[in-house]
Design a binder for this molecule. Sequence first.
Ligand code: ATP
Ligand code: MG
Length: 412
Amino acid sequence: MSVLQPVRGTHDLLAEESRRHRRVEDVAFETARRYGFGEIITPIFEFTEVFSRTLGETSDVVTKEMYTFTDRSGDSITLRPEGTAGVARAFISGGLSQHLPLKLFYRGPMFRHERPQKGRLRQFHQVGVELLGVDGPQADVEVIGLGAQVLVALGLKDKVRLELNTLGDAESRAAYREALVRYLSGHRNELSKESLERLERNPLRVLDSKDEGDKAVVADAPLLTEYLNELSRNFFEHVRAGLDSIGVPAEISPRLVRGLDYYCHTAFEFTTTALGAQGTVLAGGRYDGLISQMGGPSTAGIGWAAGVERLSMLLDETPPADRPLAIIPMGADVGALPLAQRLRQAGFAVELGYSGNLKKRLNRANKLNARAALILGEDELSRQAVAVRDLDTGEQEEIPLVALEDRLARFR
Ligand code: ATP
Ligand code: MG
């Protein structure tokens, strides 16, 4: 192992890849802003308890995937594996309950020690939203509608489908849990070691297992929908009708769960078949119990998170780089730098050829996909002008220096 390699499961994002990445983030944020969401930027590390308490001591993330270390003050610190816990912590420590309802957008790196593969990294990035303080189904519809709109705006409408389920309220889940434990206990010898553990500590998570043997058992397990009380059924009906009313079709997926105890009612995932096994691109749910479980005031919440790398891989096109103006000085010091500064101040992207003759510099300008070349020749400069060559058409004209910003406007 060379220490001059990126750590396994991490990547450098260069040029094209970083533009795809930014596009996902920017489209998500611009869309979220239209839904009234503002950005929250929380630290990328927190006290370990922030995650272990919220995600549950038994979750995969907490037991196997966290990057945890003791810092020089002796505190146990964890690099965030997801965004919701930090937002909930910020809500409590910042006393934000005065400002409900709150609509928060976040983006940034997340860290999980997983087995790296396509679409599964150890440092990856998410964009996500949280809507806090609204307990009615209208919030669920709005938040899912926002997720759908982000995918539409990224041009991914035809590549994803929305799977929807309900986990019901606490009463419904307790009734279901009992039935599920009864069923699974009858199939103990067919379950994986992990699922036997889950059966003891958090049986709903068996439904989420990726083990083939577990899946076969789960296929015949009782369904949560059969145990919903009236309130939960009603809530789900409203979510479904609301999604219909905004033109976001959902498929009911009765085995879709979020394993953590604080989740309730709505659970959803936008999935694709285009990424192999890593098919979930955007996932979320309602978590009315989370903030009180962390020790804050009882506060409703619903949100989702999307994997930026997975979405970036799905984009049809790489957003183009800026097409700059290339300044090509013919003499030794003919004021190329001040001119570049002036045009950049005026909002143009400008590249300076740093060396070489006219031909070499023009070649380089073409390589940069420059839109036009500003050739600073002695004759033109003596007339207080520059030669401007449109690199798409090859046409060249002389433009007086004083009129440059105006006359170059079409190359912006
Ligand atoms: P998966 O089932 O793929 O492991 P998850 O349930 O762990 O996903 P969430 O915690 O819900 O995922 O995170 C939301 C989104 O973040 C996922 O849908 C996915 O797009 C992305 N994501 C999660 N883990 C990774 C990872 N290790 N590498 C890249 N993207 C990830
Ligand atoms: Mg995972």
